[in-house]
Design a protein around this ligand. Structure first.
Ligand SMILES: Cc1cc2nc3c(=O)[nH]c(=O)nc-3n(C[C@H](O)[C@H](O)[C@H](O)COP(=O)(O)OP(=O)(O)OC[C@H]3O[C@@H](n4cnc5c(N)ncnc54)[C@H](O)[C@@H]3O)c2cc1C
Length: 370
């Protein structure tokens, strides 16, 4: 392995690492790029996520983070179309939108509407009669709903497509884990893996929650921790629900094309904890069934755990290192990394190749002296 020197070595094989590789290679096909890490890591967030593209339901204020997420949502249709064509992997992307029942929104109803007005977000209020017509499976006591124009992607298909595209574009996919780095005080020469050294000119740390232990090998203290989410998938007839539902401490997300509904999710600060608990999964089903009673009878297909990479301030950590001249970060995407994927890939490609239009201080690694 040591003889070859890559232009860019990306550590982390989730949607973040692979999308950066994809964007770099599309921008400059001559670049020699390697992506390191297990693309099927059983706890990785990219395959555990629900795939909601939900800046409007998730954000409470129109700050820079919200605008970044909104820009990313706008990039999604073109991003998915190009990626799917190039990789040959179909990706289910829905723009049917999200619904928030009054029963779940509670006293936040007015605040949500004010936010949508202020930010000029396309939304509608559906009366109880309209809910009965558009959402016949809803429980009778759900009340009115707010519909909002956002999206939903099957994130496992998205990840499959990114890995396939990387391979087709000639990006080297090395399934070995990094165990450390060969470096001096100001620059990195190579990543150390069980299979040998992977040398490069530039390096990107994009290993989700595992960026924390990997950073330690560089003397860096990333203020990052894994936030565990337990989820499950149930089988339902195709087309039974087109919308993503934001419910009572729960959400229901359609994966399309016979893949059923995803019910999520817990938020647990319990470290690198892989356990899936039957009673917790049953709790998700029970809460979702308060909105969609038929879910009580829907066959459970699978349940799982994934780890969201959360920085102390819950903002992503993206851009050039202040400590190593050839290191870049893209991590800490927390609850919305699937949503941020296209915009994040553009942002990182700009930072790595030069020509970044605007460096965003809220995301800058310098805020943590990284
Ligand atoms: C339950 C759950 C639900 C979510 N729902 C949504 C949602 O609906 N919408 C949304 O936008 N976001 C959602 N997210 C968040 C989103 O999934 C993450 O923000 C995003 O996937 C982070 O991607 P990543 O590539 O940085 O990390 P990961 O997907 O965790 O990937 C990390 C990669 O690093 C690799 N790695 C680990 N150790 C090493 C090592 N030593 N050397 C090399 N590589 C290593 C792993 O193998 C893996 O490939 C959810 C997350 C969870 C857990």
């Amino acid at each position: 392995m040591q003889a070859e020197v890559f232009d860019v070595v990306i550590v982390g094989a989730g949607v973040i690492g692979h999308s950066i590789a994809y964007k770099l290679k599309r921008s400059d096909p001559g670049l020699k790029i390697a992506v390191l890490g297990d693309p099927m890591n059983s706890l990785m967030a990219s395959r555990a996520a629900a795939g909601m593209l939900a800046p409007f339901c998730e954000c409470q204020k129109g700050d820079r983070f919200f605008r970044f997420c909104r820009e990313s949502l706008e990039k999604y249709p073109a991003f998915v179309q190009e990626l799917s064509t190039l990789s040959g992997v179909p990706i289910h992307l829905s723009t049917a939108g999200s619904v928030m029942p009054a029963k779940s929104v509670g006293d936040q109803w007015q605040a949500r509407l004010e936010f949508f007005h202020q930010e000029n977000i396309r939304h509608e209020i559906w009366s109880v009669e309209k809910v009965r017509e558009k959402l016949p499976d809803f429980a009778d006591d759900c009340g009115e709903v707010i519909w909002v124009a956002e999206g939903q992607v099957n994130n496992r298909q998205l990840h499959d497509a990114l890995v396939a595209a990387s391979s087709k574009l000639g990006i080297r996919i090395l399934p070995s884990n990094a165990t450390g780095f060969r470096h001096d005080p100001s620059s990195i020469q190579a990543v150390v893996t069980d299979a040998g050294l992977v040398a490069g000119s530039k390096f990107v740390l994009a290993a989700g929650s595992w960026s924390l232990p990997l950073g330690e090998g560089l003397g860096l203290s990333l203020p990052l921790k894994p936030i565990k989410g337990q989820m499950c998938r149930v089988q339902v007839a195709e087309g039974r629900l087109d919308y993503t539902i934001h419910g009572i401490m729960t959400y229901v997300a359609p994966w399309g094309e016979g893949n059923g509904l995803i019910l999520g999710s817990t938020m647990e600060d319990t470290g690198f904890n892989p356990v899936v608990e039957e009673d917790v999964i049953q709790g998700l089903i029970d809460r979702a069934a308060e909105i969609l009673p038929f879910l009580k009878e829907a066959p459970l297909v699978e349940s799982w755990t994934g780890l969201r990479p959360a920085a102390e301030d819950l903002m992503p950590i993206m851009g050039a290192s202040t400590r190593y001249e050839n290191l870049f970060y893209s991590t800490g995407h927390y609850r919305n990394g699937i949503l941020q994927t296209p915009n994040q890939a553009d942002y990182l490609a700009g930072a790595i190749l030069g020509g970044l239009r605007e460096s965003i201080p809220e995301f800058d690694p310098a805020r943590y002296d990284l």
